[in-house]
Design a protein around this ligand. Structure first.
Ligand code: NAP
Length: 314
């Protein structure tokens, strides 16, 4: 049965942007409802060490940080729902958001903080070994590759961090990058180059994953040289794909303006979307900075903008 909830503000997503928006909205006495989504806590729950979130003298853990944000949001009066938004309708006011469990929110304003999801190589053979040797999360699955050879694909901060993390378990980590330069920060590159367990194969991309059918297990990767097209095989039991992310915006297609990569477009120096009263914060609208601290900052902006909007319409 559908249960209707009328409210001032619904926050969709529970990463740093969503929880920060909730903390500000709750402290403004707006009694926000936050819907956690498929991955409660967002991308930081699949990270280990966090040493760039200000306010902590010692290294902290991503899942712990998200747990603290949740506690803080609850403490100041956020209603948190462990649920998934399945449908929205922003054409009329109040805005509608329906959930998997049968809740229907009628809300005067909405903050979207649904984040982004890992990108895959989209090879046919990748599908076969996903979860059987291929992963997009070293923190989640690295443990299964103790004393084995693994590869990491990509050349950004994520790929380098995953490669470094995997050296805690694997006997050897090979980073495969399609160019001859990394995108990752200098400090991470230095750590990578100085780690004796890591080898880098430049100018190569994965052409095919090869392994056994029963039980399904990855054994090799076929690599293609991006300069001359030559191919070679590399033995590996694990492959970690770290080639970036796509914003989680499919729910809002046709409702809000988006750019050609499906990131939600917001007004300059603002989190306001193409519809007044609807705001977007964090990785769902940001393809440049993508940091927990910038997402949190945008969550704060979105709540302040929603508060101003609500005071104007009331
Ligand atoms: P990214 O910076 O966009 O890097 C993606 C990497 O994957 C690039 O090296 C790219 O190669 C490669 N790539 C993309 N598509 C590919 C394909 N189809 N086949 C092979 N390689 C492919 O993504 P990210 O590393 O996930 O980082 C995203 C953002 O989060 C960045 O702004 C980053 O600074 C930030 N981040 C920060 C931290 C931190 O501060 N500790 C940690 C993780 C992420 P090219 O270089 O050739 O384009």
């Amino acid at each position: 049965m559908i249960k209707k909830i009328q409210t001032n503000i619904v926050i969709i997503g529970s990463g740093p942007a969503g929880y920060t928006a909730a903390i500000y909205a709750a402290r403004a006495n707006l009694k926000p409802h936050l819907i956690s989504g498929l991955e409660p806590g967002g991308q930081l729950t699949i990270t280990t060490d966090v040493e760039n979130y200000p306010g902590f003298g010692d290294v902290i853990q991503g899942p712990w940080l998200m747990e603290q944000m949740k506690k803080q949001a609850l403490k100041v009066g956020t209603n948190i729902h462990s649920d998934i938004v399945t449908k929205v309708n922003f054409a009329n006011k109040p805005f509608l958001a329906s959930t998997d469990s049968g809740l229907e929110f009628e809300s005067k304003s909405i903050i979207i903080s649904t984040g982004a999801q890992a990108r895959w190589l989209n090879l046919e053979s990748e599908k076969k070994f996903k979860g059987f040797g291929i992963s997009a999360c070293a923190t989640c699955d690295g443990f299964f590759f103790k004393d084995q050879n693994v590869i990491v694909v990509g050349g950004g901060n994520s790929a380098v961090e995953e490669a470094l993390f995997l050296t805690n378990f694997a006997s050897k980590v090979t980073l495969i990058h399609r160019r001859d330069k990394l995108r990752a920060e200098k400090i991470l590159q230095d750590r990578l180059f100085n780690n004796k367990k890591i080898e880098i194969i430049w100018n190569h991309k994965v052409k095919e994953f090869i392994g056994n059918d029963g039980p399904v297990s990855l054994k090799k990767v076929k690599l293609e040289n991006t300069k001359d097209g030559s191919e070679k095989l590399l033995e590996t039991s694990g492959a970690f794909i770290a080639i970036g992310h796509d914003p989680a915006t499919s729910l809002f297609k046709g409702e809000l303006e988006m750019d050609n990569e499906n990131y939600i477009i917001t007004k300059p120096d603002s989190t306001e979307t193409s519809i007044k009263g609807i705001y977007a914060a964090g990785d769902v609208k940001d393809k440049i900075f993508r940091q927990a601290v910038t997402a949190a900052g945008m969550g704060c902006m979105a709540a302040l903008e929603a508060e101003k909007f609500l005071s104007e319409i009331d």
